[in-house]
Design a binder for this molecule. Structure first.
Ligand code: CP
Length: 317
């Protein structure tokens, strides 16, 4: 696990190891994530070319809990605004004795590109690339599910909304199938589904009230307006009427179903506030779990990476 770029192709045992490692970092409650010296002397750079609240902050908290030094690059005020290329930005940061890049970028493949180009001792973690992948989000969601419903083989999971533009959906589908979920069902209008979506290993419904039947885990997604042309954009009120999750519609799922959402949520568009803030919602638990899961991914990646040339791994002087 030198780099963590995608869930695709990873084994069930590796995903389980990430979840188990995260569990070892999580305390008896989310408020007691342990601080450990595992990455003391390591420097981690958060490179967020796209905005973020949850992912960037929990990566920073996770790195701090691992005792690493963390730099949050402010892309808006960096020299990229003067025309510096992504590769030149990376080369310059590498020269500052960096050990890991955490990358979010609007272009699918950006994290892979950096991983290919960067020095051999540097790990790259994908914090979301375009419509492609958001692997740590998928892992923190698997961690949250496992806490509440430990037997994946009995679970029917519905992923609802804008599957077409969602990197989260792709990574969730891969993780759920790898961990052996009984069924992954996507529920969306045809216009918000990728072509040949069944080939991803899912069943498909275009009707929320039919699709929620027998579901244990309800995962809501927001409409990714920033990735849609205005011609494709559905009316929000029409969308809510057909695909918005209300208390009434949630009753169709199993009575003990949990409601998830990677955030940010758009209240009254894909989810009603009564559900988002209701007793079945685990949305904020997902956020808390991001710390321990991102600690696990960073610690495992650093353990696999080659030692930095000319450095013993101690604290930089
Ligand atoms: N789930 C998620 O990626 O949220 P942020 O965009 O706030 O990081």
């Amino acid at each position: 696990l030198k780099h963590f770029l995608t869930i695709e192709g990873l084994s069930k045992s590796l995903l389980t190891e990430i979840l188990d490692t995260a569990e070892s970092f999580a305390g008896v409650s989310e408020h007691q994530v342990k601080k450990v010296p595992l990455l003391r002397g390591k420097t981690i750079v958060n490179l967020f070319f796209e905005n973020s609240t949850r992912t960037r902050t929990t990566f920073e908290l996770a790195a701090t809990r691992l005792s690493a030094d963390v730099i949050n690059m402010n892309i808006a005020t960096s020299a990229t605004s003067k025309g510096e290329s992504l590769l030149d930005t990376i080369r310059n940061l590498e020269s500052m004795f960096v050990d890991m890049f955490v990358v979010r970028h609007a272009l699918s493949g950006a994290a892979h590109f950096i991983a290919q180009q960067t020095a051999p001792h540097i790990s790259v973690i994908n914090a979301g690339d375009g419509q492609h992948a958001h692997p740590t989000q998928a892992m923190l969601d698997m961690f949250t599910i496992r806490q509440l419903k430990p037997d994946f083989s009995s679970l029917r999971v519905a992923i609802i909304g804008d599957i077409l533009h969602s990197r989260v959906a792709r990574s969730e589908i891969q993780a759920l199938n790898t961990l052996g979920a009984a069924e992954v069902r996507v529920i969306a209008p045809k216009t918000l589904l990728p072509a040949h979506v069944e080939s991803l290993g899912v069943s498909v419904s275009h009707n929320l009230t039919e699709g929620l039947k027998d579901i244990d885990v309800v995962m809501m997604l927001r409409l990714q307006k920033e990735r849609m042309s205005s011609a494709l954009l559905p009316s929000e009120s029409e969308y809510f009427k057909c695909f918005g999750l209300t208390e009434e519609k949630l009753k169709i799922a199993k009575p003990d179903a949990i409601v998830m959402h990677p955030g940010p949520i758009n209240r009254g568009v894909e989810i009603d506030s009564k559900v988002a803030d209701g007793p079945q919602s685990v949305i904020l638990k997902q956020v808390s779990n991001g710390i321990a899961v991102r600690m696990a991914v960073m610690a495992m990646a650093m353990q696999t990476a080659a030692p930095a040339p000319g450095r013993s791994g101690g604290i930089h002087t």
